[in-house]
Ligand binder design. Structure first.
Ligand SMILES: Nc1ncnc2c1ncn2[C@@H]1O[C@H](COP(=O)(O)OP(=O)(O)OP(=O)(O)O)[C@@H](O)[C@H]1O
Ligand SMILES: [Mg+2]
Length: 351
């Protein structure tokens, strides 16, 4: 592999906020080193923070791996007037200064409907007249673009007080931000732990959210290091936990709750949401089948000493509307009511 080969690969990496020009063309590739030790690429960023820096580092690494480079190294420099200096992630919370409540939506394990609840809760809060934003913090499997029908759109970058900030997309009265808006469809980015973490912090911190009553953060599934790091740098006020009613889910909810009560984190859990609480078939809208057991959520909430904030039924239309990008909470069916109730309780709880 030669420098030319590497540059050819790097031309696939486009900067979404710069008319999609590639990073070579934009002069962002400061050096390429090919040696027996491997390939190292250094990207140059202007002194003014680039809100997509972490995304571009991930995208560069992913492109190199796709191009056949084994374990490529991507380094960064900040280009100042004269000497370049090592770049660190700037973690100020300016973009959040007009946000009243930042709430994490979490779960002990994946696939329980956390994103479905987060997206619908956001829409329901907006329907009740609140100003709402949602940050999709799942860098590995961002689902907000699909669930809101905003796939293929791209947030713009804007300069605010000399700093470059991303402007969230707006639809259904909610402001949305997701790393999914920057990744090409179907192309998973290849993240390493700390990089993923930085990328998603930028997706929350370097965003001009403007005045909001609620900013929901759809946390990645699980309770790993990424969560701890995220909670240390983002002023999340507290969390709601999503679960399904099975007995086996209790252990996972406990793990989720423990993450927030961890002495380094220490944020309250505002409540539990029992998703898929019962099944209602489309052709029998008045029937309730407790296929995962009845009152599991209530028992769990009691055992953990937290409030059960809402119960959401398992209905086909919730999945269909999610896939269609039109959240169920916007409709008039009973499942919309379930999300509106949840929203009202949460808003009441937080005053
Ligand atoms: N109450 C529900 N009724 C019907 N389908 C649902 C319901 N909740 C979630 N689903 C469906 O289940 C699937 C998983 O939901 P979702 O993506 O919200 O889970 P998640 O917890 O965010 O998953 P991940 O851990 O991968 O982030 C989706 O196809 C969604 O449409
Ligand atoms: Mg999800």
């Amino acid at each position: 592999m030669t420098n030319e080969d590497v540059l050819k690969i790097l031309r696939e990496v486009r900067h979404p906020a710069r008319q999609d020009r590639d990073i070579v063309d934009l002069g962002m590739v400061s050096s390429v080193r090919v040696s027996s030790e491997g390939v190292t690429v250094t990207l140059a960023f202007p002194k003014r923070r680039d809100p997509l820096a972490e995304y571009l580092i991930g995208a560069t690494r992913a492109a190199l791996i796709r191009g056949g480079v084994k374990d490529p190294k991507v380094e960064t420099v900040v280009v100042e007037d004269a000497a370049p200096k090592k770049k660190g992630l700037d973690l100020d919370t300016e973009g959040l200064r007009y946000v009243r409540h930042i709430i994490g939506v979490a779960s002990g394990k994946g696939g329980v409907g956390k994103s479905t609840v987060a997206v619908n809760l956001a829409c329901a809060l907006a329907r009740l007249g609140h100003r709402v934003g949602l940050a999709d913090a799942d860098v590995y499997g961002p689902s907000v673009p699909l669930m809101t029908g905003t796939e293929g759109q791209q947030p713009l970058a804007e300069e605010v007080d000399g700093k470059e900030m991303m402007v969230p997309l707006e639809k259904y009265g909610v402001k949305w931000m997701s790393i999914g808006y920057f990744a090409e469809r179907g192309q998973a980015l290849i993240w390493r732990g700390p990089m993923a973490c930085n990328a998603l912090k930028q997706m929350i911190l370097q965003v001009e959210w403007g005045p909001l009553d609620f900013l929901l953060v759809d946390m990645p599934p699980g309770t790993g290091d990424i969560h701890i790091s995220l909670l240390q740098d983002i002023p999340v006020e507290g969390a709601i936990l999503v679960t399904t009613p099975q007995e086996v889910a209790l252990a996972d909810v406990e793990k989720g709750a423990a993450m927030f009560s961890n002495k380094n984190i220490n944020r309250p859990v505002f409540g539990l949401v029992e998703n898929m609480a019962w099944f209602t078939p489309a052709e029998h809208p008045d029937e309730k089948y407790y296929i995962f057991g009845k009152d599991g959520g209530e028992r769990m909430a009691r055992q953990l000493g937290i409030e059960l904030l809402g119960r959401i039924p398992l209905v086909q239309s919730i999945r269909e509307s999610g896939d269609a990008g039109e959240p169920a909470a916007l409709g008039t069916r009973p499942d919309a009511e379930a999300f509106l109730d949840l929203a009202a309780r949460l808003a009441h709880k937080l005053g």
